[in-house]
Design a protein around this ligand. Structure first.
Ligand SMILES: Nc1nc2c(ncn2[C@@H]2O[C@H](COP(=O)(O)OP(=O)(O)OP(=O)(O)O)[C@@H](O)[C@H]2O)c(=O)[nH]1
Ligand SMILES: [Zn+2]
Length: 444
């Protein structure tokens, strides 16, 4: 076997399973291991590299992966530095680990020619998630620094097998350009593990010495946030229940809009609370307050999403459904057919654009959500009947096309069913789905 230095590798090749929900994994690593670089690359995010800020700006990030064949999200853990295992670190770590259901824990370890260092590094991180050894996958980063990857690959695999039998798999990668492959390898591990809510409580010895009591004032403010968030959730739940049981043309789109808008409203609420209390609290109180709110935000949005998805006639996480794969650019209206990364941030274009225009266009939904006399309601938009201009594969090799703006793929409405039928020259959406499954769709 000839090993390519930069191409990612995996110890045990797994067959990816098709999941009908969007799985989530957490990524842990010591400062400098390359965690942020990895997440930025596959999620197309732009979190600052190597920010050793002790500050409150550190958030509980959950990022949608924007490349590869499958949808999943990653929670970025706080940088961990053995010399500075502060209360904040452990608090954020604990909250992040238990914010949502997790399939996999990725531990990122920087390649070191002294292999013992990597093992040491592993054990140091493993203790944070000790009870969940079965969920751990090790990612060896900086793989380009190996002088003899073919030999080292075998040696490292054997070493981990002997010293850390807990670890069921190893991925080797370096930052060069193989984002899609890394995302696919990560998904193959994730999809073969169950999702579960990790139960990390104060009794866990690691956190014991760091118990902190939230001040009663902070508690009250957090409860205020909670009750506002719950009210919002009730309001939206009422609306989706009424949509479900009444005659609404294109229920799927109306329901999808509710998911997108609910998330926006929840984010606005979070921002309001953040801004209002930044200066009112001591730094540590504010830090805890902020993370607690973020966690609550994630939990409530997940619950709402689960509810709405169950009301829809197709699965929003099915990566073979044309309604998830074909979207219209909100700016230039070009229709894209996407076989990879149908979730996170996408650029309208088949090539990287150098002159980014900052165009703020809004996706055009059939409906609109408005508060009329204080009541949240679904209002129909006036639609022009859309005709098909042209459709392109987003990874097509033809000349540069598209307008270059960025948008979040999963937050755009599906295109009209009749256009999908026209594109695939079929009679039903199911037939289009079959063509996609068979891999026999070609751009017109
Ligand atoms: N040669 C090489 N350098 C890398 C690789 N991945 C990341 N780096 C570099 O390593 C440094 C640290 O990367 P980060 O992504 O900031 O590491 P981190 O684990 O997020 O560290 P914190 O931000 O402190 O949590 C950066 O300068 C990266 O450019 C890699 O695969 N190969
Ligand atoms: Zn465009």
């Amino acid at each position: 076997m000839i090993l390519d230095v930069v191409k990612p590798l995996i110890r045990k090749q797994l067959v990816s399973k098709k999941l009908l929900y969007k799985p989530c994994a957490v990524v842990i690593g010591r400062s400098g291991a390359g965690k942020t670089t990895l997440i930025n690359a596959i999620c197309r995010t732009q979190h600052e590299l190597n920010t050793r800020k002790e500050s409150i700006s550190r958030n509980l990030y959950r990022n949608d992966v924007g490349c590869g064949r499958n949808m999943f999200s990653l929670i970025d853990m706080p940088e961990i530095d053995s010399s500075a295992v502060t209360y904040k670190h452990t608090f954020l770590l604990r909250e992040a680990l238990s914010a949502t259901k997790i399939n996999t824990i990725f531990i990122v370890i920087k390649y070191d020619s002294r292999f013992g260092k990597m093992i040491e590094n592993y054990f140091e991180l493993e203790q944070l998630v000790y009870n969940y050894g079965r969920k751990i996958i090790v990612i060896i980063s900086h793989w380009d620094q190996s002088k003899n990857p073919q030999k080292n690959y075998k040696e490292i695999c054997n070493l981990f097998e002997d010293e850390c039998p807990n670890v069921t798999n190893l991925i080797f990668y370096s930052e060069q350009n193989y984002d899609t492959e890394v995302a696919n390898l990560m998904y193959s591990c994730i999809s073969n593990m169950k999702e579960e809510r990790l139960n990390i409580n104060d009794e866990n010895c690691f956190f014991k010495s760091n118990i902190y009591q939230m001040k009663s004032q902070t508690k009250i403010l957090f409860q205020q946030y909670q009750s506002k968030a719950n009210l919002l959730e009730q309001e939206y739940t009422q609306l989706i229940n009424s949509i479900k049981s009444s005659f609404v043309e294109d229920k799927d789109e109306a329901l999808h809009l509710n998911i997108v808008q609910f998330k926006i409203d929840m984010e606005v609420l979070l921002q309001e609370f953040r801004q209002e209390y930044t200066n009112a609290m001591k730094e540590l109180d504010y830090y805890v307050f902020n993370i607690k709110m973020e966690k609550e935000n994630v939990r409530i949005c997940d619950e709402f999403l689960e509810k709405v998805v169950s009301f829809m006639s197709y699965n929003l996480f099915d990566n073979q459904d044309p309604r998830n794969l074909i979207k219209r650019c909100p700016n230039c209206k070009l229709i894209w057919f996407k076989t990879e990364g149908c979730d996170g941030v996408t650029t309208c274009g088949n090539k990287i654009f150098t002159n980014h225009q900052d165009v703020k266009s809004k996706a055009f939904w059939k409906y609109n959500l408005q508060r009329i006399n204080g009541k949240l309601q679904l209002v129909k938009n006036n639609m022009e009947t859309k005709t098909l201009l042209k459709a392109m594969h987003i990874n097509s090799n033809s000349n540069r096309i598209g307008c270059g703006i960025e948008f979040k793929w999963s937050e755009l409405p599906k295109i009209e069913d009749h256009l999908i039928l026209q594109l695939f020259t079929v009679e039903t959406i199911d037939q289009a789905k079959q063509l996609i499954q068979a891999g026999s769709y070609r751009e017109p």
